[in-house]
Write a protein that binds this ligand. Sequence first.
Ligand SMILES: [Zn+2]
Length: 301
Amino acid sequence: MRTLNKFLSAATAAAAIGGAVVASSSPAMAAGRNGVCDPGEFCYYFNSNNQGSVSDFTGSVADYGAKQPSCYEFKGAGNGRGVCVKNNAASVWNRSGSTVRVYYNSRYGGRYQDFGPGARGNLNSALKNQNASHQYLGSTPPPPSQHTNMSWALYLANGGRITCGFDGYHGTPGRHEGIDIARGIGSDVHALVAGQIINVVWGRTGGSGLSTIAVYNSSLNKTIIYLHSAPLGSLRIGQWVNRGQLIASESYRGISSASGAHTHVEMRLGRKTLAAKSVNDWNLENPNPTSFWISQGYNVR
Ligand SMILES: [Zn+2]
């Protein structure tokens, strides 16, 4: 039954696409997950040629889930409404400012197809009804309407929270040079800014095992340093990482107790392979990073 619905005449499809463009000409904000492909969003369609029910997204998703009621589903009116998007999408419209990559596997793995900003089209034969994740690439910051909280974006999941802000130590001697965010041991940690890995230290759990991932973005001339998490074993110096790419899992490397597990995220000026010293150091080396994070599309929350 669904197979029949997947086929439309070219004329019908073209007319419908034309109508969709006119209908969306108002400056709507990216609402997200409302079944309408708003400006700023990346959207899947159940049918080819941007037909059928829409599933709209404002960021990367590593795993859609495969079953109701918890999966990401097609939400818009039309064929496929209520069906999980995993392995059921036939076409896309990328209304975001970033290139979006659709993957065959969950967690951004396997064969993929890229859609540049504004692009729309059918998934190729390898990806049609075989889509399992999608990822926003590039460093184009989203507009303010799409800003996401850092404590969400680091994990691409709910449940994270800032436990200590920049220069926000209470009861610890020194000046805090980064922002501490915690969600729980084992949580996936993702790059907040694209760049090249210029240092990776795996460390070990416990107070003397500090881990470090340093990601340098040459166009911004900033380095983002991640401390305490467990870097993926596959990370290599020289490797390019995209915004939203999985880089580590949360741990307590360089922290004495498992209960203190968190990820320290530090913005540094220029190319730096190590974090600035925080504990027991009263010299604040880094500037307040709030305006930087906002410029990258994040709320410091
Ligand atoms: Zn910290």
